[in-house]
Write a protein that binds this ligand. Structure first.
Ligand SMILES: Cc1cc2nc3c(=O)[nH]c(=O)nc-3n(C[C@H](O)[C@H](O)[C@H](O)COP(=O)(O)OP(=O)(O)OC[C@H]3O[C@@H](n4cnc5c(N)ncnc54)[C@H](O)[C@@H]3O)c2cc1C
Length: 323
């Protein structure tokens, strides 16, 4: 997937870029020039929501730039080997393959995306009605609309380490060997799901639950049929200490602790309080989609639906503001 950031050298006062209408101006700044770029939409976050939005915007003839903080696009699904069960028509696809298929459709010939990049500052250009955004590479983006699609991150009161695994993902537990002892902390679907997978790998699993189990009926049934998992419920809090060799949870020694305490919404919008009204609503022209909208049941279909609706809304608003 191409990244069309062009670093213009000093002396090239205006560099026409590859995107036709999308002018990129080089501003002399000593050795390397800073770049300025105009887009219809700046999308912050290149996961399911950001990529879907980009595809819809392309279809509607709008320009966009995605900035993705990590080295790879796709968020958690990019490395998920789970077979997707909730996407009609995609019953045999893993999250990773679904993401790869989506990413392959993204039009980077006319619009652009960049990884390992973050938005660090935002202001408004009142004369143009644009948002003016500084990126972590010094680039300046003038965008008519801003869409935040930064997702959510797994929550844990215990820092992630070699011995403390935080959040769902088969790749995070793949290295655990049969016979090793793992304390699975949590009582929801992710905890139950991973306890079952670990037990199937021959790992000695103890599941420690705050209060009662909350996993779905199908997973509870599978847990009951898996006699090797030791289940301990009704904890209030957990005492956990990690060393290089292992962890101690509630006074018991384990090789690993795996924590599934749910997800917390990306705090990215909090970093830019000027994008909200005094009442806490997003300013006109600023949108959030996907897990950042805190859905009760985060999922791909909802995120993609929101992205499609916001793309259409943006297109409508831009068409009318130009008229
Ligand atoms: C392990 C796992 C498995 C799942 N499996 C399924 C499933 O099988 N079916 C299903 O329907 N749903 C599944 N979900 C839920 C689904 O993945 C989410 O609802 C969906 O990914 C939300 O999309 P999003 O675009 O809001 O966020 P994400 O897909 O999380 O994408 C957010 C992106 O924003 C980037 N980002 C974060 N902060 C910044 C920043 N400051 N600047 C720039 N970029 C930033 C992140 O790196 C990431 O790439 C799963 C979730 C997880 C964690």
């Amino acid at each position: 997937m191409g990244d069309f950031s062009i670093v213009a050298r000093a002396g090239s006062a205006v560099a026409a870029d590859q995107f036709g209408q999308n002018l990129m101006n080089g501003i002399n700044d000593g050795e390397v020039t800073m770049l300025e770029r105009n887009v219809d939409v700046l999308i912050i976050g290149g996961g399911v929501g950001g990529l879907t939005l980009a595809q819809w915007l392309t279809g509607l003839g709008r320009t966009w730039r995605i900035v993705e903080r990590e080295a790879a696009l796709g968020g958690p699904l990019a490395s998920s080997q789970y077979i997707l069960k909730w996407i009609p028509g995609q019953a045999a696809m893993s999250g990773r393959d679904y993401l790869a298929a989506m990413a392959a459709q993204i039009d980077t010939e006319h619009c652009s995306l960049a990884t390992q990049l973050d938005m660090v500052q935002v202001g408004t250009d009142l004369s143009q009605g644009n948002f003016v955004c500084s990126l972590s590479n010094g680039e300046l983006i003038h965008a008519k609309k801003l869409v935040f699609a930064c997702g959510a991150t797994p929550f844990s009161p215990f820092p992630e380490s070699e011995r403390v695994i935080v959040g769902a993902g088969l790749q995070k537990i793949a290295h655990i060997a049969a016979g090793q002892r793992v304390a699975v902390l949590g009582g929801g679907d992710n905890a139950a799901d991973h306890a079952l997978i670990l037990a199937e790998m021959g790992v000695a699993v103890t599941m420690l639950v705050r209060g009662k189990l909350r996993a779905s009926a199908a997973l509870l049934q599978q847990l009951q049929q898996q006699p090797t998992i030791v289940l301990k419920t009704d904890y209030q809090e957990f005492a956990l200490a990690a060393t290089a060799e292992g962890v101690v949870v509630q006074g018991e020694h384990y090789d690993y602790a795996a924590v599934y305490f749910g997800y917390q919404v990306s705090p990215q919008l909090k970093a830019f309080p000027t994008l909200k009204t005094a009442a806490g609503a997003l300013l006109d022209g600023v949108f959030a989609i996907g897990d950042m909208t805190q859905p009760a049941f985060p999922n791909i279909l909802l995120t993609q639906g929101q992205a499609a609706v916001i793309a259409k809304q943006i297109d409508f608003e831009l068409s009318h503001s130009a008229a």
